[in-house]
Design a protein around this ligand. Structure first.
Ligand code: THU
Length: 145
């Protein structure tokens, strides 16, 4: 079962996502995105979008953040995440793209919370199940629920 995330933790994740936002490499779209996630082992990891002159090779902040979590995971157990923040400086809050929703579904429990936040501290939250209902996950590969 996933534990509830308190207001201080959301604030701390938001600060981390804001910091990651400053590192974004987005010379083509100028659309910077920062992300931060909490692992179930209570580690905080960050990610920013990294674009490429071959545009399709761009990697979103969320997927880079998850990769960071995989890297920092100690031992041989698979990393799991409890929450993620996506930070942009857009008036319209930024939801995760479709590719990121699939990758989030690999590593986050269905009831984990994903929060979009902007520079005005406007917020929107979804569960993982809400952003990608009936996701194809590792459980499908082993025919388990
Ligand atoms: N982007 C992200 O990093 N995350 C999202 O949730 C939406 C899109 C990036 C990809 C690209 O570098 C730029 O934003 C514009 O699509």
């Amino acid at each position: 079962m996933n534990k509830a995330i308190d207001a201080n933790t959301w604030q701390m994740l938001t600060k981390n996502a804001q910091q990651a936002y400053q590192q974004a490499y987005a010379p083509y779209s100028q659309f910077q995105v920062g992300s931060a996630a909490l692992t179930t082992a209570n580690k905080v990891v960050q990610g920013c979008n990294v674009e490429n002159a071959s545009y399709g090779l761009t990697v979103c902040a969320e997927r880079n953040c998850i990769a960071q979590g995989v890297i920092t995971n100690e031992g041989d157990s698979t990393v799991e995440f409890a929450a993620m923040v996506i930070y942009t400086e857009q008036e319209k809050l930024t939801p995760p793209c479709g590719a990121c929703r699939q990758v989030i579904s690999e590593f986050f429990p269905q009831n984990a919370q994903i929060m979009a936040v902007n520079h005005l501290n406007e917020q929107q939250q979804w569960t993982v199940a809400q952003i990608l209902p009936d996701a194809f996950t590792p459980y499908d590969l082993i025919n388990k629920t």
